[in-house]
Ligand binder design. Structure first.
Ligand SMILES: NC(=O)c1ccc[n+]([C@@H]2O[C@H](COP(=O)([O-])OP(=O)(O)OC[C@H]3O[C@@H](n4cnc5c(N)ncnc54)[C@H](O)[C@@H]3O)[C@@H](O)[C@H]2O)c1
Length: 296
């Protein structure tokens, strides 16, 4: 049985552990938190998991590492130095990082050729995407192996051609979220109405087709070329930017709309997961891979 070590048992690590466990991997989880045992019993009930605070013990003889520790460069550097020292030369060291460049995480690391970003969207056990981002020193072999593992898990790995801050998913999300905050700050729309607007339009659209494909269809038989010169030509407004000094107002409005704390988190996560599960299968996830590995 293949062995995976998940480093960090927070929101993302726990979800990775469920995913690997469900796919038949032997799962080990490493995290120095004192409540690790209780956390594993609560969050990973039914998943056969070995949990330890000792990283060297957790990676001994492992086949694949999925790091999901804190998003702090000095912590990642330390974790990857230890991972390099305690894993075999053919073990891929994948980081879940949302934004840290692989070249930065791998700086001075003797295993830089094995370090790659495998960035999931939350929660990894449900969201199909894993962004696979190589650094300049990452070997093709490590990238290919990471992609193979994520496909085995039923994910859709998308390989970036090179690293860029925020990768692709979070660059898009940053621009989009900034505009959402700007529209609330400008008094154009309330938080919940904006969420409804997105769910009922762009969210549903992008669950079925991507923005370029949408451009093709939006232009009718003339395709995206027609859309760009017709409707697109009128979109000449300046989008504006959210004022960072007024983010407090936006956060207050979000908290008022949805609540905060454990109860709100559990309730909203249940709603999100239920809805996500309900649409995945009808939308055809996981997409079957074709013989050459392309999905469509
Ligand atoms: N939360 C998200 O939406 C999301 C989405 C995609 C990717 N990510 C990425 O996943 C990673 C984890 O994020 P998270 O939201 O699960 O964070 P989190 O704060 O929930 O969990 C981090 C865990 O790492 C543990 N930890 C601290 N030091 C450690 C060490 N030396 N070794 C092992 N574990 C250690 C902490 O005890 C904690 O349990 C980050 O790199 C983040 O950017 C997060």
């Amino acid at each position: 049985m293949a062995v995976v070590t998940i480093v960090g048992a927070g929101v993302i690590g726990v979800s990775w552990a469920r995913l690997f466990g469900a796919a038949g991997w032997e799962v080990r989880v490493s995290d120095p938190r004192p409540d690790l045992r209780e956390l594993v019993d609560r969050e990973l009930a039914g998943v056969p998991v070995a949990a330890t605070g000792d990283l060297a013990e957790a990676v001994a003889g492992t086949d694949f590492v999925q790091e999901a520790g804190p998003e702090r460069v000095e912590v990642k550097e330390r974790m990857f130095a230890a991972l390099a020292a305690h894993t075999g030369e053919d073990v891929v060291l994948a980081s879940s990082s949302s934004s840290l460049l692989p070249s930065v995480i791998a700086r001075g690391n003797p295993a830089a050729d094995r370090i790659v970003i495998g960035h999931p969207f939350n929660p990894p056990e449900l969201m199909p995407l894993v962004e696979v981002v190589p650094g300049p020193e990452t070997s093709d072999r490590a990238v290919d192996r990471a992609i193979e593992v994520y496909r085995e898990l039923g994910k859709l790995p998308v390989r970036l051609k090179k690293e860029i801050p925020g990768f692709v998913g979070n660059r898009l999300q940053k621009v989009f979220n900034d505009q959402c905050a700007y529209l609330v700050q400008q008094g154009v729309i309330d938080v919940k109405d904006l969420d409804d607007l997105v769910r009922a339009s762009l969210g549903l659209r992008y669950a079925t087709i991507g923005p370029f494909e949408s451009g093709v269809l939006g232009g009718g038989p003339g395709g995206m070329r027609h859309l760009v010169s017709h409707v697109g030509a009128q979109m000449t407004f300046e989008p504006g930017e959210a004022d960072p000094a007024r983010m407090g107002e936006v956060l207050d409005a979000v908290e008022e709309a949805y609540g905060t704390g454990e109860e709100a988190y559990e309730r909203l996560a249940r709603l999100r997961d239920g809805r996500t599960r309900a649409v995945l299968e009808p939308l055809g996830w996981p997409e079957p891979a074709s013989a050459d590995g392309d999905r469509r």
